[in-house]
Design a protein around this ligand. Structure first.
Ligand code: NAD
Length: 350
């Protein structure tokens, strides 16, 4: 298993170090190689996604990423911003499917700002298309028309792009509760009318899966009103960006949420859903569990090693049951630990 490790910026190096320890402890045949992405790459090579990183990431079976970004690069020109590196690596590797589970562990029910009865036992999967939509559509820009500036972007999806992400969602639902909710804005946007039409066509290939449709504004409301109605939600890049962050907050603990971005052959980039947390970087306070759980997703989706993935997830559950908590999920009566100690606790539980 060839894994390219991109620690990135801020807390990235601290949290990926713990995930790497966990991977090494599993006694799998892993080859790990590190490279630069994001702000650290801009500083070292004047490029957020340098050629050396491109080569390593392309040659690897999977990529484990910490996080990128920080205030010191915020005023850089667009091409020299850390987030640009992230968009480029997703595009370069053809990572069109972003899978973000939002699971509320019973021990952390109080971390949610919602009532426990609304979120207890929550287990949803948001499948977001990642390489198309208004984020990449042309034409785009800011220009002067009739004496004033106008800004414009293009929302565009081809039916093949819609079809392949719908297949990912249906395949995931087959292994879960067999429900897919497709989110669009077909009452206003033609692009998403096509999305809905294609969703209905693809659903015919999965008769065991129940397909429903929801407009994105209603989906945003339903996610906070009755989130347990959902199993798999599938949507485009921009709606998915917003809804997946909303869903992650249902759990109240951003430090717990992994993600996977896959290509057509299940090669993947795995990263926590949170950012580089510059406010706590370098202090040994960050929660490494989202990154450790991302490594579990890597074993499941890229290396098809369900047993190893379950071992990691089981160890994380044990650690929570034993009361270990980093600051972001701390409650009185539990044991407050730092990044390294949390990694130690997972290794002990393994
Ligand atoms: P953030 O997720 O980095 O931090 C939000 C809050 O959550 C902060 O208070 C932070 O301390 C806390 N937090 C995040 N991860 C944590 C963890 N593992 N353990 C404990 N606490 C944690 O979001 P932000 O502050 O909006 O962004 C900071 C930087 O990260 C920005 O430069 C942004 O562009 C970047 N960012 C990167 C990614 C990515 O690499 N995929 C995603 C989002 C934001």
């Amino acid at each position: 298993m060839k894994i390219c490790v991109l620690p990135g910026d801020g807390i990235g190096p601290e949290i990926t170090a713990e995930a790497v320890r966990v991977l090494k402890a599993l006694d799998l045949k892993v080859e790990l190689e590190e490279a630069l992405l994001g702000g650290c790459a801009i500083d070292a090579a004047k490029d957020p996604f340098p050629e050396a990183t491109q080569k390593l990431a392309t040659a690897a079976d999977a990529v484990l990423l910490g996080a990128v970004g920080g205030p010191q690069w915020d005023s850089n020109p667009r091409e020299l911003r850390p987030e640009r590196g992230l968009l480029r690596i997703r595009k370069e590797l053809g990572l069109f499917a972003n899978l973000r589970p939002a699971i509320l562990y019973p021990e952390l029910a109080n971390a949610s700002t919602l009532k426990p009865e609304v979120v207890a036992g929550l287990d949803i999967l948001i499948v977001r298309e990642l390489t198309g939509d208004i984020y990449f559509g042309q034409p785009r820009g800011i220009e002067v028309r009739n004496g004033e500036r106008v800004g414009f972007n293009t929302m565009i999806y081809s039916e093949s792009e819609i079809r392949r992400i719908l297949h990912v969602a249906f395949a995931a639902a087959m292994k879960r509760d067999r429900k897919v909710c497709s989110v669009d804005k077909m009452n206003v946007l033609e692009c998403t009318q096509l999305w809905r039409d294609v969703a209905i066509e693809v659903s015919k290939e999965y008769p065991e899966v129940e397909l429903s449709h929801m407009l994105v504004d209603n989906a945003a409301m339903q996610l906070v009103k009755a989130p347990k109605q959902f199993d798999v939600m599938v949507t485009g890049n921009m709606f998915g960006d917003i809804l997946s962050d909303e869903a992650s907050m249902l759990t109240g603990s951003i430090g717990m949420l992994p993600s996977a971005s896959l290509d057509e052959n299940n090669k993947g980039l795995y990263e926590p859903s949170h950012g580089s947390a510059p406010d706590i970087a370098g202090k040994g306070l960050a929660n490494p569990l989202a990154t450790i759980l991302s490594a579990a997703m890597m074993l499941r989706y890229t290396f098809a090693d369900e047993a190893a993935a379950c071992r990691i997830e089981g160890a994380v559950k044990k650690v929570l049951a034993r009361g270990f908590r980093t600051g972001d999920i701390y409650e009185p009566g539990t044991k407050r630990v730092g990044t390294r100690e949390m990694g130690d606790a997972v290794l002990a539980a393994l």
